[in-house]
Design a protein around this ligand. Structure first.
Ligand SMILES: [Zn+2]
Length: 243
């Protein structure tokens, strides 16, 4: 075992919780966390392992600069490799990268207009922080795809709505990305529920949306406390996630 136990436990908790919330899809989707300062060494889920089964010790430690990674006996999922290796290498400040095909965010990414107008506190949290990747071209199986997506996450963006595909969130820690992805899904659920009503949206003014986004950033240890509460529940109900 390497020395990244705290990161392993946090990420394992995120896998287990997204599975409970039904935000995973089958044995696909991937979460990763950087463990080197330059972001090139990172932990990620093993290929085709259900989120509900993942343990801290299962996580693969990969090197974005190792061209033999996909030839290893325990190679990661190729789409996970091409996406996460390039994002961690190109965006070292994005310590954690989470990609899901969760129901509501994916549905929003499948609309012709995938923008997220600020209509409540959750949608306003992402005001100005969402990039939309319009370039779906089949499964992402090249470095160029990861590089292209890294470019879209410049300018303080933290959410990538991947049109015709799913959602990706970056964060400064596992807790930050976990909490943000949870709230992206909630925000998309509220927005699509409003759309389904057929009634006009009550869109917030720009200055109120901007203020609310800023208040979320300054909201102290909320994300950390969210993940710590999740871990406390898992410690009672399925403590093997730590092993
Ligand atoms: Zn995907």
């Amino acid at each position: 075992m390497d020395t990244h136990q705290a990161a392993r436990v946090d990420l394992a908790a995120a896998f287990r919780w997204f599975a409970r919330l039904g935000m995973h899809e089958s044995i696909a989707n991937h979460l990763s966390v950087a463990v080197s300062a330059d972001g090139t060494r990172f932990l990620i889920n093993p290929c085709h392992r259900h989120f509900a089964r993942i343990r801290a010790s299962d996580l693969l430690l990969l090197d974005a600069n190792d061209p033999t990674t996909l030839d290893r006996p325990e190679a990661p999922d190729p789409t996970a490799w091409y996406l996460h290796s390039r994002l961690h290498a190109r965006l070292p400040a994005a310590r954690c990268v989470m990609h899901l095909h969760s129901k509501w965010a994916t549905a929003l990414a499948c609309l012709a207009d995938s923008t997220m107008p600020p209509i409540d506190m959750n949608t306003a949290r992402f005001y100005g922080r969402v990039a939309i990747d319009e370039g779906f071209a089949g499964m992402a199986l090249s470095d160029a795809e990861g590089d292209r997506q890294a470019d879209l996450l410049r300018d303080d963006k933290m959410v990538l709505l991947m049109a015709n595909h799913g959602v990706l969130v970056i964060g400064a820690s596992v807790a930050d990305a976990f909490d943000a992805l949870y709230y992206v899904e909630r925000a998309a659920e509220t927005l699509l529920t409003c759309y389904a009503s057929g009634k006009p949206l009550r869109v917030l003014p720009d200055d109120v949306a901007r203020l609310t986004e800023r208040q979320w950033r300054d909201y102290g240890d909320f994300a950390r406390d969210h993940l710590d509460n999740v871990k406390a529940i898992l410690d009672v109900q399925e403590p093997d996630y730590r092993t």
